[in-house]
Design a protein around this ligand. Structure first.
Ligand SMILES: NC(=O)c1ccc[n+]([C@@H]2O[C@H](COP(=O)([O-])OP(=O)(O)OC[C@H]3O[C@@H](n4cnc5c(N)ncnc54)[C@H](OP(=O)(O)O)[C@@H]3O)[C@@H](O)[C@H]2O)c1
Length: 271
């Protein structure tokens, strides 16, 4: 069975490709930087990537506000040529019938014989590397429009393990899988865990959604995408994103990693 993994150099894609290969699957890694290159926005690259693929880990093209019209002809053609199963990376905050990723959920559920929509909460890996939140933590101040709302941050490794289980299961996968970490934390809580693990103080400064949009734009994000992301902060502030799910334990057989686990693993041990 050939599994096509898009976003194969990204946060979840490379972890999923590694897990599938370890499990013995025939994996094809696809990204613009892979060889041969794969670009959702370049139809000339599609046929070679999808040739013989029965399963797909689907990450829509990043920073494309309306990906469904880009993806629809590619998926329809691939299904005619034998694609059966698609695990789509969406987000816990995105519901069917909404624009953008919501429309992609509808597309996959309506086009593919064995669809599964993976809806992770915010990645714990946002607290590491080059993400704006991570840079804020290292600088001592995290700015969000989440107020005291809470988020069940989820480890990208746990998301990958769930995706791999859904792709490899002999039975058709669950169509809608919300994936979370073990507990919902406010950004005040995150700063406290960061301070405990690293020994360096960080604080959370709440701002309004419009002020957050302006910060994201100032950081280089396109205005329409910045408004969407800051709007999600508003959902967190309203309390709608605090719920946890049992998907990691149920589908992988092990408990999800906490924020503290991931930070301890990634950060140098305090002397
Ligand atoms: N971060 C979160 O908290 C969170 C939470 C829930 C859901 N999500 C979802 O996760 C997704 C993004 O994940 P990420 O930020 O972690 O991604 P990422 O690590 O930045 O990876 C992006 C990947 O996409 C590839 N890529 C970029 N443009 C492409 C194109 N036009 N065609 C084909 N491949 C392309 C990149 O490789 P090349 O540059 O080589 O092409 C790379 O492999 C989004 O859909 C977001 O909604 C994120």
């Amino acid at each position: 069975m050939t599994v096509l993994v898009t976003e194969a150099t990204g946060t979840t894609g490379r972890r999923i490709a590694d897990l599938l290969e370890t499990a013995g699957a025939d994996v094809r890694r696809a990204a613009r930087s892979s060889s041969p290159g794969f670009d959702w926005l370049d139809p000339a690259t599609h046929d070679a990537a999808f040739e013989g693929a029965e399963s797909l880990y689907l990450l829509p093209p990043p920073a494309t506000p309306d990906p469904a019209p880009v993806l629809a002809p590619v998926l329809e053609r691939a299904v005619r040529r034998g694609l059966r199963r698609v695990v789509l990376l969406s987000a816990a905050a995105v519901e069917r019938g909404t624009p953008g990723l919501g429309a992609v959920q509808d597309l996959v559920l309506g086009t593919v014989p064995e669809p599964s929509v993976l809806r992770p909460s915010w990645f714990t890996q946002n607290l590491l590397g080059d993400h704006l939140t991570a840079r804020g933590l290292r600088a001592g101040e995290v700015v969000t429009a989440t107020g005291d709302g809470r988020v069940p941050f989820v480890d990208a490794g746990d998301i990958a393990a769930v995706a791999a289980a859904l792709l490899l299961d002999p039975a058709p996968p669950e169509p809608d899988v919300v994936v979370t970490g073990p507990a919902a934390l406010s950004y005040d809580d995150v700063c406290a865990v960061w301070t405990e693990v690293t020994g360096r103080t960080a604080r959370h400064r709440p701002v309004t959604v419009s002020a957050m949009t302006a910060r994201l734009v100032a950081d280089g994000m396109p205005a329409d995408y910045a408004a969407v992301l800051a709007g999600l902060d508003g959902l967190i502030a309203a309390g709608s994103q605090a719920r946890t799910s049992d998907a990691v334990l149920r589908l992988t057989g092990r408990a999800p990693h906490s924020v503290r686990d991931v930070l301890r693993e990634a950060c140098p041990v305090r002397s």
